[in-house]
Design a protein around this ligand. Structure first.
Ligand code: FES
Length: 101
């Protein structure tokens, strides 16, 4: 496990999401209510880039076919057995870090 810096903490406003590529891994980070979450950046359906979708509360909607995911758990809201990889996030010295295996 290692913590990889992905961006300055101030670069991610509340209610916003952004792509990040720690060590080449495609991740989307989202801040909701002051908490930052990180999930796989590619949709579990047909791999569309999730950062181009929309974020409404904890619900991230894919831009391609509107699959909806909870950024806290990565779960697809219509079929919870399907989901996105979820990564732990921490803030240190003004930067956001994502934990990778
Ligand atoms: S690729 Fe995301 S809903 Fe189809």
């Amino acid at each position: 496990m290692s913590w990889i810096p992905v961006m300055e903490e101030t670069a991610l406003a509340d209610g916003a999401m952004a792509p990040a590529y720690p060590l080449g891994v495609n991740v989307v980070v989202a801040r909701v209510g002051g908490t930052v979450y990180a999930v796989s950046g590619t949709c579990a359906h047909m791999a569309c880039p999730l950062f181009m979708g929309s974020l409404d509360g904890h619900t991230l909607t894919c831009p391609c076919h509107d699959w909806r995911f909870d950024v806290r758990s990565g779960r697809f809201l219509d079929a919870p057995e399907i989901g996105l990889a979820v990564y732990r996030v921490k803030t240190e010295e003004g930067r956001l870090f994502v934990e990778l295996d």
